[in-house]
Design a protein around this ligand. Structure first.
Ligand code: ZN
Length: 219
C-alpha cells in the first residue's frame, strides 16, 4: 500500500516515511522490562510497502513464532518541517488514524540482545494496518480518547491516548530535530500496555474514540 485513505473523502495521499515511537506509554515499557525514556523518544522506522488497510489480512511470517499486536495513534504530517517549534509541530499534524504496528517480538528480542537493529521485527509485508485518516480540521484530539484492541472479542489493550509519555507535539519536535519531515509522512506514536501474541486465524479489532476503528485477521 502506497497511499492512505481519508474518512468521507475520495482523496488518497501518498505515504512518505513511516516513523515510529517506542516505549511511549509507561505501563507498556514496564511489561516488556524496558526502561522509560526520559529526554528523547525511542525512534525506529517502518516502510510504506508494509502498510495495509483495515479489513485486509496480516500475513504471519513463517520465520517468527511470536507475532504481537500494538495498537497506536498515527499522525499524518502535512508540511515540510525541520527543527520544528511547538507551533510548527502542532500545525504540521493534519490528520489522525488508528494503526497496528505488528511486531515479531522474538526477532526483536534477539536483535536487542545482540545490540543489532530490530528492523526485521517491524517491516515485514502487512506489518502496518491503518484505518482511514480523519483530518484535524474535522476533529481535534483532546487526549481523553480511549484507545483499545481486542483479540477474538477479548479486550487486551485499553487506555487513553493522553497517557503517552511524549505528546504529539513533543514527538514531532524531537523527530524533526534529527530528520526532515514532509507531507505524507506518518508517525506511529507508541502502544499502551497489553500487547500479546496472536496466531493464524485470530481476529483483531480495535479503535480510537472519535478517530476510527480497525480490524484485521491473522492469515
Ligand atoms: Zn509500536
Amino acid at each position: 500500500m502506497k497511499t492512505i485513505k481519508v474518512k468521507n473523502s475520495s482523496e488518497e495521499i501518498q505515504i512518505g516515511k513511516v516513523v515510529c515511537v517506542g516505549r511511549n506509554y509507561a505501563d507498556h515499557a514496564k511489561e516488556l522490562g524496558n526502561e522509560i525514556p526520559d529526554k528523547f523518544p525511542i525512534v525506529f522506522m517502518k516502510t510504506a510497502t508494509s502498510m495495509i488497510n483495515s479489513g485486509e489480512n496480516v500475513v504471519h511470517p513463517d520465520y517468527s513464532e511470536n507475532l504481537h499486536h500494538e495498537v497506536e495513534l498515527v499522525l499524518l504530517i502535512g508540511s515540510t518541517i525541520k527543527n520544528a517549534t511547538d507551533e510548527d509541530a502542532e500545525n504540521a499534524i493534519v490528520g489522525y488514524a488508528v494503526g497496528l504496528d505488528m511486531t515479531l517480538r522474538d526477532l526483536q528480542f534477539k536483535s536487542k540482545e545482540k545490540g543489532e537493529p530490530w528492523t526485521f521485527a517491524k517491516i515485514f509485508d502487512t506489518s502496518g494496518v491503518l484505518s482511514p485518516f480523519v483530518f484535524k480540521k474535522d476533529y481535534i484530539l483532546t487526549g481523553s480518547e480511549r484507545i483499545h484492541l481486542s483479540v477474538n472479542g477479548e479486550i487486551k489493550q485499553d487506555a487513553t491516548v493522553g497517557l503517552m509519555l511524549f505528546n504529539t507535539v513533543e514527538i514531532i519536535k524531537n523527530i524533526s530535530s534529527r530528520m526532515t519531515l514532509e507531507p505524507g509522512d506518518l508517525i506511529f506514536t507508541g502502544t499502551p500496555a497489553g500487547v500479546s501474541r496472536v496466531v493464524k486465524g485470530d481476529k483483531l479489532s480495535g479503535g480510537i474514540e472519535n478517530i476510527g476503528n480497525i480490524q484485521t485477521t491473522i492469515a
